[in-house]
Design a protein around this ligand. Structure first.
Ligand SMILES: C[S@@+](CC[C@H](N)C(=O)[O-])C[C@H]1O[C@@H](n2cnc3c(N)ncnc32)[C@H](O)[C@@H]1O
Length: 613
């Protein structure tokens, strides 16, 4: 009966659960119809969702949303540990779970509870919620039995768990069963150990609009979907409601996949995380080793190999020893020994070298040389610098990578624009971190940004391949021809990406917007190798780049850096806003904090532009 409900639910969404021949893999969710990019394939209710202690004062502990009013969240007056939007959320939380755990806390308990993301406490709370919910649903035979049916059917890999984990799970299960409100649940310790094993290889991190992890959730229906490091779908949240969204067109008989681990990690890290937590070896298109090298002339096979070459191109992450050294470097010198001081100079120099290159990078000169109407190619005898790499690659990647996925993108077509009628005077806004409280927006201007002023791929010089894999393959071949100096910054390496990402946030904190734009453009390229073009991380990064470029325009105006540079930033803002919209629309829809910020930026940009004219 319950399995039938699950099958019915999936078939209603054009999906089907199929048993695979691989026992470790178990079942797979297969598409039975065509799904366009942006289709919501599955929505999944949480059987249990817990806010991380460190996020408790920041989001409603019931609906997981940020405060919607200037007053902020309201704290439970009894336990002083839980926060809610309003009385409605409080009542719902009380009826659901809060009544059982709400008790006055000492100030020490309180401080501890808010600061420590303790895995034991989190697992225990999740276990208690899930047991309580399953028990309730079974008693009431509610329609949510799709969720319970899916949960009961999930893999738990109990036999593969190491002994110490089973001991830990047994201790937690006993603790849960000793709670007065679970004594009559009819569950045994063994059953709860199975639950905890299931959590390990099925639960999801829940994140907010800005992709920060704020909690954990048990979403049994979404858990039916298997992993790929190059997935065709992503998980997004609206509060605690999870949706799985297609990020590329999906055909009948194709498996739906999501990524369980961040695709930015190198192959060894991804493999060991997947094996350690989910007990399988990944054989996805990125993990399948290949001996084929890329070449300028591409066959279909070479195209497929492009994905498996990405990790070779990016190289490996620093190992634990190097990480430990790098973290020592952030300590004041007085606390480090002489030996660590020596290592400090060698590994912190990557960051210094990156900063030096960024400072030397002449954005205007580079933009002129690598203009798509010329044929700017870096000197083949010299190693690529961050500047030459970025400008060389970006003229192939943006916007053409997206154009190969969506030929409806308006490239090179200048569309008629109606005039703006605005009465208010210019009031330039510098972007900082996003505000919690949504502001009311004026209605958007009558013409939004709607075209890229780039030549079509066939008309660009040098010509751009017409397929996504073709562009990646072409560029990979081209940049691997350049000499490498391992003592210097190697732009395509993952280590450079990691150091640059930290540097980007530091530069933004210090208001060094021009450096932030250069680093942001460089990081965009690296993300284009790593993530599919409609991945939420790309949408978010493009918005960040648009904001940095906008702030650079304001800074240039203030400092009188000249019109030419301002125009270069303006082109950047246009491009990054458009690409961010293109990426965000199918994935997040036209809602949420990021969409609001994007529309607001576009509005301000167009208004300023109009006023300058
Ligand atoms: C969240 S569940 C996915 C649903 C699962 N296939 C089932 O039948 O219940 C995660 C488990 O599925 C299996 N799995 C997921 N992706 C896989 C993949 N790419 N290759 C092999 N096994 C995979 C692993 O056993 C993993 O622990």
């Amino acid at each position: 009966m319950t399995q039938a409900a699950l099958d019915g639910y999936l078939s209603f969404h054009g999906l089907q659960l199929q048993q695979t021949s691989d026992i470790t893999k178990g079942r797979a969710v297969i598409s039975t119809s065509h799904h366009k990019r942006g289709t919501v394939l599955i929505t999944s209710q949480a059987l249990g969702a817990v806010v991380l202690p460190s996020s408790r004062p920041k989001v409603c502990n019931y609906c997981f949303r940020k405060p919607q009013t200037p007053q902020g969240l309201q704290r439970c007056s009894q336990c002083k540990d839980a926060y809610f939007c309003d009385v409605t959320c409080f009542k719902n939380a009380w009826l659901g779970f809060h009544q059982y755990v709400c008790k006055p806390m000492s100030s020490d308990d309180h401080q501890l509870a808010n600061n420590v993301d303790d895995q034991d406490a989190l697992d225990l709370e999740m276990l208690e919620r899930v047991v309580l919910n399953c028990w309730r649903y079974n008693k009431r035979k509610e329609s949510v039995d799709v969720t319970v049916a899916a949960f009961d059917s999930l893999m738990d890999h109990e036999k593969k768990q190491p002994h110490h984990m089973l001991q830990r799970y047994t201790r937690l299960a006993e603790q849960a069963l000793s709670r007065p409100y679970l004594v009559d649940s009819g569950k045994t310790t063994d059953e709860l150990v199975h639950y905890l094993c299931r959590f390990q290889c099925n639960n999801f991190g829940v994140y907010d609009d800005h992709l920060f992890t704020i909690g954990e959730g048990t979403y049994p229906v979404a858990s039916l979907i298997n992993h790929s490091c190059r997935p065709n779908a992503v998980v997004i949240y609206d509060g605690t409601l999870l949706s799985v969204v297609a990020i590329e067109p999906i055909n009948p008989d194709q498996e739906i996949t999501i990524a369980y681990v961040d695709a930015a990690h190198d192959r060894p890290h991804r493999q060991s995380n997947l094996l350690g937590k989910y007990f399988f070896n990944c054989h996805c298109v990125r993990c399948t080793a290949t001996t084929t090298t890329t070449s300028a002339s591409t066959t279909d096979h070479d195209m497929e190999c492009v994905y498996s070459q990405i990790d070779t191109l990016l190289g490996n992450e620093p190992d634990e020893e190097h990480r430990a050294q790098a973290s020592l470097e952030t300590q004041p010198l007085s606390t480090t020994t002489t030996t660590t001081t020596t290592t400090t100079s060698s590994s912190s120099s990557l960051r210094d070298k990156i900063l030096q290159q960024v400072n030397d990078w002449d954005l205007l000169e580079m933009s002129r040389y690598y203009d798509r109407r010329h044929d700017g190619v870096p000197d083949p005898a010299q190693p690529l610098t961050l500047a030459t790499y970025t400008h060389y690659v970006i003229q192939f990647f943006a916007p053409y990578l997206w154009y190969t996925c969506n030929p409806d993108l308006s490239i090179g077509k200048k569309q008629a624009t109606s005039s703006l009628s605005l009465s208010s005077s210019s009031n330039s806004t510098v972007y900082s971190s996003p505000s919690c409280t949504p502001r009311r927006l004026p209605s958007p201007p009558s013409h939004a940004l709607s075209y890229f002023d780039d030549p079509l791929p066939q008309a660009a010089r040098p010509k751009v391949p017409l397929t996504y894999e073709g562009i990646l393959n072409n560029m990979m071949t081209a940049i691997q021809r350049y000499p490498i100096n391992d003592d210097e910054v190697v732009p395509h390496r993952r280590t450079t990406l990691m150091a640059s990402t930290q540097l980007l946030y530091d530069e933004m904190d210090q208001g060094h917007w021009r450096n932030a734009v250069k680093l942001g453009m460089y990081i965009l390229i690296q993300y284009c190798w790593i993530y599919p073009p409609y991945h939420p991380i790309l949408a978010q990064h493009l918005l960040l780049l648009a904001k940095c470029s906008w702030n650079s325009i304001l800074q240039s105006e203030l400092m009188g850096n000249g019109k030419a540079l301002e125009h270069a930033y303006e082109r950047g803002v246009r491009r990054w806003i458009m690409l961010s919209k293109e990426t965000m629309t199918p994935v997040f829809g036209k809602k949420g904090e990021q969409w609001r910020e994007l529309v607001e930026l576009e509005w301000i940009f167009l208004r300023e532009h109009r006023l300058k004219e």
